[in-house]
Design a protein around this ligand. Structure first.
Ligand code: GTP
Ligand code: MG
Length: 337
């Protein structure tokens, strides 16, 4: 075994900066890999052998490249204590509401996906806007000192809203908007393409928050009918896996939004179901169901599933300032919701 392949003991890890630095990658292979969306060593560390095939890379060579990339960023067989250490690298991002943060045990986690689902106007996009501002805060204020990447599928992103939220937090709005990298996705394929090619942008801009709002809208309108269901789910699955790999490689928070569908054949229980069904549910690690209180700015967030947190419910409000906690008075009023 050559030194480059290493044992992953962490003693002297080779650091590869660019694709060409990796053993076995020349300029033309690097070019093909970039065309496939692999722009960074981190993205190759998270790749599968099959994904490198279209670049004309043999299985053996693909394995060597992936393992070199992994050794470079320190992913190998690891002992559980190291797993614990990785887990300790998980950072948290504040939502802007203490109640919502409490529901999430301190905020949204890096390295996993958080899904917000709910009906029209329930606040999914507003939370996304707020997170884009919050991520730029220093850690002592609940931020990650990083930038945001916003993939918008419904053209609902508004810089005016960002400016309002930034001002409220005492941040310079000009700086804040500069640190939000925006892309509008026109179709589901375009949406997938954007994410598949995002790794360089993420790295160069120190992106610590990746948003796909909405995850499912294009898929839902393009893949109609039962016979399309399997291919839709397969694509959604691939898209989500790309997202989780980016979140892990760059220790970033990943957020997706999802509409809800009423199931007409369900008369009992909760008739509201997120689009995408089980696949989205299994890959997204934390799911939060948002709904409106009877009227006004108050919203109810329900933690529906999480790898380790108990289910629970908290309330917050959407105001001019953004996502905020409600006062005791408002709390008392809303208890009759
Ligand atoms: P869809 O994307 O349509 O499924 O909805 P969504 O869940 O993304 O809803 P969104 O986050 O866009 O929430 C919209 C709601 O937020 C509005 O109906 C308002 O109640 C509230 N909102 C948005 N902007 C403002 C604002 O500037 N001031 C105040 N007070 N409320 C706002
Ligand atoms: Mg929205």
């Amino acid at each position: 075994m050559s030194e480059e392949e290493g044992e992953g003991t962490g003693a002297e890890k080779p650091r590869y900066e660019t694709l060409e630095d990796l053993p076995g990658i020349g300029p033309s292979t690097a070019q093909k890999l970039r065309e496939l969306g692999f722009h960074t060593v981190e993205s190759l560390a998270m790749a599968t052998v099959r994904e490198l095939e279209p670049a004309g890379i043999s299985e053996k060579k693909a394995l060597a490249i992936i393992s070199a990339a992994r050794s470079s960023i320190g992913i190998a067989f690891i002992r559980a204590d190291e797993l614990l250490r990785m887990r300790q690298n998980v950072l948290r991002l504040t939502t802007g509401s203490k109640a919502l943060d409490k529901l999430l045990d301190g905020g949204l986690e890096t390295q996993t996906i958080t899904e917000f689902y709910g009906e029209y106007g329930s606040g999914k996009s507003q939370i996304c806007h707020q997170l884009c501002v919050n991520v730029q805060l220093p850690p002592e204020r609940g931020g990650l000192n990083g930038a945001a990447l916003y993939i918008d599928t419904e053209n609902t992103f508004r810089t005016e809203r960002i400016v309002q939220m930034a001002r409220h937090l005492g941040l310079d709005p000009q700086n804040v908007v500069k640190n939000i990298i925006y892309a509008e996705a026109y179709t589901s394929d375009h949406q997938m393409f954007l994410l598949e090619n995002a790794d360089e942008v993420i790295k160069e801009n120190n992106v610590k928050l990746i948003i796909v709002d909405s995850l499912t809208a294009h898929f839902r309108s393009e893949y109609l009918g039962r016979e399309m269901l399997a291919v839709r789910q397969q694509k959604l699955n691939k898209h989500m896996h790309k997202l989780i790999r980016l979140a892990r490689a760059f220790n970033a928070v990943a957020v997706v939004t999802n509409q809800v569908m009423a199931k007409p054949d369900m008369f009992f229980g909760d008739a509201i179901h997120p689009v995408g069904g089980h696949i989205v549910g299994h890959t997204s690690h934390t799911r939060i169901y948002l709904r409106k209180a009877s009227h006004g700015p108050i919203r109810i967030a329900r933690l529906v599933s999480s790898p380790y947190l108990p289910e629970g419910e908290e309330i917050f409000k959407i105001t001019e300032n953004g996502i905020e906690d409600i006062s005791e008075e408002e709390k008392a009023k809303s208890s009759g919701r």
